[in-house]
Design a binder for this molecule. Structure first.
Ligand code: AMP
Ligand code: ZN
Length: 112
């Protein structure tokens, strides 16, 4: 279990939930880097994209559908948005529960 498991299981962790269904939950990042910054996660604890197993492929489809709903709700469908997922230390992964950052609402740069 981890902080994102606590959020997805409804424990008393404050979270601004944007979308939720049986498989996935989307909530606002506490440290947003853009006007719209939402995290989409599977409810199941999977450490990162690299840990997705063959029997979990359908979860990725659920996450894509959730991203689409988030983008519509956030009003960033027309203006555009970016999906980012960090895997491991060099990428900057700080929470070891698979999450996709959905970022939009401003023009995004591309710097590393
Ligand atoms: P990453 O660095 O890719 O692992 O992203 C982790 C993200 O989770 C960061 O952008 C944090 O700001 C965000 N974060 C950490 N704890 C929480 C929380 N309790 N609620 C919402 N976002 C969080
Ligand atoms: Zn977890």
């Amino acid at each position: 279990m981890c902080i994102f498991c606590d959020i997805s299981s409804g424990k008393i962790v404050p979270a601004d939930i944007v979308f939720e269904n049986e498989h996935v939950i989307a909530f606002r990042d506490i440290n947003p880097v853009a006007p719209s910054h939402v995290l989409v996660i599977p409810k199941k604890h999977i450490r990162s994209m690299h840990e997705i197993g063959g029997d979990e492929i359908s979860l990725l489809g659920e996450m894509i559908l959730a991203v689409q709903k988030v983008a519509e709700k956030e009003g960033i469908l027309k203006s555009g948005y970016r999906i980012v997922t960090n895997v491991g230390a060099d990428a900057g992964q700080t929470v070891d529960h698979l999450h996709w950052h959905v970022i939009g609402g401003r023009k995004l740069g591309w710097e590393f």
